[in-house]
Design a protein around this ligand. Structure first.
Ligand SMILES: [Zn+2]
Length: 243
């Protein structure tokens, strides 16, 4: 995506691309290290536990093989939609999720920009969902892979013709659909929460079709704004500051 959006950008970046890559990749590496040691993040261990003890809805329904993997993808993608919606509607969750939205530009590197607090909360709830649904290890790995690929695609600054986005958007979340979600206050931020399938926004009444390019600018939040959005310590402290 980095290569593709570099060749065909939708919006010319005002920031140095190399700085964005280093900063966001650095955050991602740090977060991954913390998550590796956090007990709430042992999602694969949770999946192995449910499999070896055959508990959870997937086992109760007798699901296995491809049927189980595909249903796990659908169930987890739907959960991810509601988790993202909660991140915007619940004050405490928004404090952490705001760090992701404080990026004043949007490209594939934005997909790596998350506060560790948000990741820890999300992974704890996802761990509980694994224990309830009881997916296979393949199901969890497939979901995490799709989630990452979809997130990198819809955050990208890739210039895709509007009619192609219209067609894609009938099934999956497109860069235009998600860019609209990142627009400054007053825009369509309280819409387009889905990650992989655009179906969830249509189904639950939060879909916004960004017909005009004017709806896709400016990006970010009112506070923080400016140079501090690309500095580690201010970014880490953002959730703990008065709104
Ligand atoms: Zn959001």
């Amino acid at each position: 995506m980095l290569f593709l959006e570099g060749g065909h950008p939708f919006v010319r970046s005002k920031q140095k691309k190399s700085s964005r890559v280093v900063f966001h990749f650095g955050i991602s590496v740090l977060n991954s290290l913390i998550l590796y040691f956090a007990p709430s993040s042992h999602l694969y261990a949770a999946a192995q536990l449910t499999q070896s003890h055959a508990f959870g809805f997937a086992s109760a329904l007798g699901l296995h093989g491809w049927t189980e993997v595909i249903l796990t993808l659908i169930v987890f993608d739907c959960w991810d939609y509601w988790m993202h919606r909660a991140n915007h509607r619940i004050g405490l969750l928004w404090r952490f999720h705001k760090v992701h939205h404080s990026d004043t530009e949007i490209d594939v590197t934005t997909a790596s920009r998350f506060h560790i607090g948000e990741l820890l909360i999300t992974n704890s709830i996802k761990g509980a969902l694994i224990l309830v649904w009881g997916p296979s290890l393949s199901g969890v790995v497939a979901f995490e892979t799709f989630l990452t690929a979809a997130s990198q695609f819809h955050h990208s600054n890739l210039d895709i013709p509007p009619n192609s986005q219209d067609r894609l958007e009938k099934v999956i979340v497109t860069p235009r659909m998600h860019r609209c979600h990142h627009v400054f206050e007053g825009g369509c931020r309280m819409s387009n929460y889905a990650t992989v399938l655009s179906l969830w926004d249509r189904l639950f009444g939060t879909y916004h079709w960004a017909e005009k390019t004017i709806e896709l600018e400016p990006i970010g939040v009112s506070r923080p704004r400016g140079p501090e959005t690309m500095k580690c310590i201010p970014l880490f402290l953002t959730p703990f500051q008065s709104v």
